[in-house]
Design a protein around this ligand. Structure first.
Ligand SMILES: Nc1ncnc2c1ncn2[C@@H]1O[C@H](COP(=O)(O)OP(=O)(O)O)[C@@H](O)[C@H]1O
Ligand SMILES: [Mg+2]
Length: 225
């Protein structure tokens, strides 16, 4: 089973967008793909249950008949840092629960499990813990989505260094380019030179996820297990 954790340089950087395209690309290769979005903050209330849009979007592209509550077990209503949302409700976010939820997903007989983080790499859970500890404990491969905008070189390099310092395999990066960044080509060239991992895609502004999916080079991932 191929396990991929999608992180990014920041929140709103294109994690969900790139993860949807990645799920679609694997499904197009006849893989069974399960998805996981352990923590979300910014949810709608549907029949008194909190439903997160990222989780819905990922579920829509996947093909493992998961329930939304399995895809996203920990959900908070306000779009704020999750550990603050938890504290507001006198709750704590438990790494054990996040890991338990993931163990359920990986028994779903999937070929590939795509997990979307929240925020950036070092997302605090409270109590001095970070979401990155879950990625370490579950030994996932990490895919870095870089939102191509001014400041992204620093964010991308720091994030890459952090992932590697955590002892994890950062298996590739995606240049997400929804905005018209001046000198985009030069910025992508610089990151290509500085990051010793393959660039799996350049994703321009595109509303059709099928088109984005076709731009992803899965070959560096299909060699992994
Ligand atoms: N390449 C792209 N083309 C079109 N829309 C994009 C692209 N990348 C991101 N978006 C949109 O930008 C917003 C933020 O991206 P999202 O994937 O939700 O970020 P994150 O999951 O990192 O918070 C979403 O509305 C998403 O659909
Ligand atoms: Mg998201």
């Amino acid at each position: 089973m191929l396990k991929i954790f999608v992180t990014a340089t920041d929140t709103d950087a294109g994690k969900t967008y790139a993860a949807q395209a990645l799920v679609k690309a694997f499904v197009a290769e006849n893989k069974k793909v399960a998805v996981y979005k352990p923590i979300s903050a910014g949810c709608m209330r549907v029949n008194n249950e909190l439903v997160n849009e990222d989780a819905l979007l990922l579920l829509k592209q996947s093909n493992c008949q998961q329930e939304i509550s399995q895809v996203n077990p920990i959900a908070f209503e306000p779009p704020i840092a999750p550990h603050i949302a938890a504290a507001e409700m006198q709750k704590v976010i438990s790494l054990t629960d996040i890991k338990k939820g993931y163990d359920e997903v990986i028994t779903a007989d999937a070929d590939v499990v795509i997990c979307e983080g929240a925020g950036g790499w070092r997302l605090p859970l409270g109590q001095g813990q970070y979401l990155s500890e879950f990625v370490q404990e579950s030994c996932q491969n990490v895919l870095l989505v870089v939102n191509m905008k001014l400041g992204c070189l620093n964010h991308a390099i720091l994030t890459y260094e952090s992932i590697v310092a955590d002892g994890l395999n950062c298996v590739g990066w995606i240049a997400n380019c929804p905005e018209n960044m001046p000198y985009l080509t030069e910025n992508i060239q610089e990151l290509t030179a500085l990051l010793p991992i393959p660039k799996l895609a350049e994703l321009p502004f595109e509303l059709d996820i099928s088109i984005a999916a076709k731009k992803i080079d899965l070959s560096p991932l299909t060699m992994l297990r």
